[in-house]
Every structure is written in C-alpha cells, then in structure tokens.
Design a protein around this ligand. Structure first.
Ligand SMILES: [Zn+2]
Length: 316
C-alpha cells in the first residue's frame, strides 16, 4: 500500500475562528490555553506521568506535554540527535526520503498548486534528505532548520538550506513559495498555532502546505499504554519511546484538522501512514516486528503518523 492510496478527500471544515490566545495573564500569573480549542490547562487532566515531564489531555483530544506549557523544546537538536538511523544511515535515509516522497506525491495529486509553480521550502528540513529528493525531482527546493548542526550537514550535501525558525522565512523571501512542506515538526514546536499562523501569513493564495505529525491513537500506543498500566508503571520503556521529551504535542486526525482550520488553513486531503521500518532500525528482527505492527495499524486505521495537505482559507 502506498502512502498516496491512503489519501482521502475530506469534506468542508467549519469556518475559521482565529484570534485564539495562547497565553492570558491573570493577576500577574500566566495561564496556559490549549492551542487547538482555547481551553485553559487543568492540573487534573494528567494522562501520563514520566520523570521530568507529564502528559496531559485536553477535552478537545489534544495530548500535550508539561514542557510545552513551560515553552521548552524538550530536547536539544544537536549533532547527537541526528545520529538516528533515518538521518545517519544511508539505507535509513533513503527509506525515509522515499516515504516522504510517497506522501508528497499523493498529496500533490490531490492538491497541486493552481499555478503549477515549482518553488518549494522544507520547514524543519533537518539534514536535508527531502530537500535533496525534491531538487532531484525538478523542484526549486530549499530548506530551513533551527539546528546549525543539521544545516551544516545539509549544506555539505550541496543543498540550499539556511539556519532559522519559521519567523525567519518571511524576512528572507523575495519570491513566494508554491509548496511548503513540514515533516515531523509540528509536534516539536512549543507554539504550533503560532507557527501555522505565521506560515499562513507569509503564504500567497494557492500555496500548498503539506505536513506530517504524530498521532496519539495508534495501535502501538495503545499496546504500550496497556503494558504500562498493567505493570503499574514498571514497563514504561515502550510508552517512553512514543512520548519522548521532544514531542510536545500528540494529535488525532480531527484535532489536527481543527488546529489547521483555526490557523487559516483549509485541509484538501489527509491520511495516515507509518514510517518504513528500515528508517527506524538497521536491526532486521526489530525491523520485521515493526513492519508487522505497521501492517496491523494500516489494517485497523490506527497508524502513528498523520498527514495533510492544505490551502490558505479564503476570507469569507
Ligand atoms: Zn483543546
């Protein structure tokens, strides 16, 4: 099954309700509001407790980390972070770039830029594997990433990549982009609504935003949670591989679509998928187990990755 076959057309979404505030000041203290629905954080909404951070669940369905409320990134994106097989191992890199390419091609078949333009930026491009794929497939491709170490690696591969955050894109744009990609970034950002709103603000009409993030409703998550609960917290390793400190948010499909709508994006198509096992491990027995889990997740419609392609909403 290819990623493109998982692309589904979606119906119309509710009218945008912009203007959500991330933070309100109350008697000198800051309260934290859900970036999706605006509900204030309630301490009693704890879902999971881990050393160093807790995971909470908003009534809207968003999972969020205590680190998100603290405005922390949760993880250092230095050279050590990019030693993962999907970045550092040639077969892993190729597998992952191919995975992203499959999602990208499937989404673009449904939501191609109306002008047919080929100018693309990959936001949070890491070491540039997707930028390289896009360049090799006829796109005028560039990337931006907050990690100097990752950008250095990408530049060493001859790619047009700069160090910066989403806010820096607008300052450096002399021509608007036709396509923006954002793979595995949203869950790492303390302020995902701010990021999506910024992208909306700097985008021209007709731009296509293709993004992918993590789901909290996968079969693997449910099994890891069962082991954790059943062992009274002793078997925590599987769950902690999912709820890593760097993942500040965990979505469901409807929650992701609601966030996009609130930030001015109309979802044209969306779907779910899983990372190929070769991009997760170079150890064949583990790869086989992960491959089997992914097949079960696809069959049940409860994968670990959510993706969507969106256009800017038109003002009504
Ligand atoms: Zn919420």
């Amino acid at each position: 099954m290819t990623a493109s076959s998982a692309v589904d057309r979606l119906g119309p979404f509710p009218a945008a309700r912009n203007g959500i505030r991330m933070t309100v000041m109350t008697e000198g203290r800051s309260a934290w509001n859900c970036p999706v629905c605006g509900t204030p954080h309630r301490p009693g909404s704890t879902d999971l407790k881990f050393p160093g951070f807790d995971i909470y669940r908003c009534p809207c369905g968003l999972g969020y980390s205590g680190l998100a409320m603290a405005g922390e990134r949760g993880q250092s994106y230095n050279a050590a972070y990019y030693q993962h097989v999907r970045y550092a191992d040639k077969a892993g890199r190729d597998a992952y770039a191919g995975h992203l390419a499959g999602i990208f091609d499937g989404c673009l078949k449904e939501c191609a830029p109306p002008t047919g333009g080929r100018r693309l930026i990959d936001v949070g491009c890491a070491t540039g594997d997707f930028v390289g794929w896009a360049r090799d497939h006829g796109w005028e491709a560039s990337g931006i990433d907050a990690s100097p170490e990752a950008v250095e690696t990408a530049r060493g591969r001859g790619l047009a990549v700069t160090v910066g955050n989403i806010e820096d894109i607008g300052d450096s744009v002399d021509r608007p982009y036709d396509v923006i990609t954002m793979w595995d970034v949203l869950e790492h950002l303390p302020d995902p609504a701010g990021a999506l709103s910024t992208l909306r603000r700097i985008s021209k009409p007709g731009v296509v935003l293709v993004l992918k993030t993590v789901s909290r409703t996968s079969i693997i998550e449910a099994m890891a949670r069962l082991a954790y609960r059943g062992s009274l917290g002793v078997i925590s390793a599987p769950l902690r591989r999912i709820y890593v400190p760097g993942h500040l948010y965990c979505f469901t499909g409807p929650v992701l679509h609601r966030l996009l709508a609130r930030c001015g994006w109309a979802v044209g198509c969306a779907g779910q998928t899983d990372t190929p096992s070769r991009a997760l491990t170079g150890f064949p027995p583990l790869g086989a187990a992960l491959g089997l889990a992914a097949r079960i997740q696809r069959t049940t419609g409860r994968c670990y990755e959510l993706f969507a392609a969106c256009h800017p909403k038109t003002e009504s």
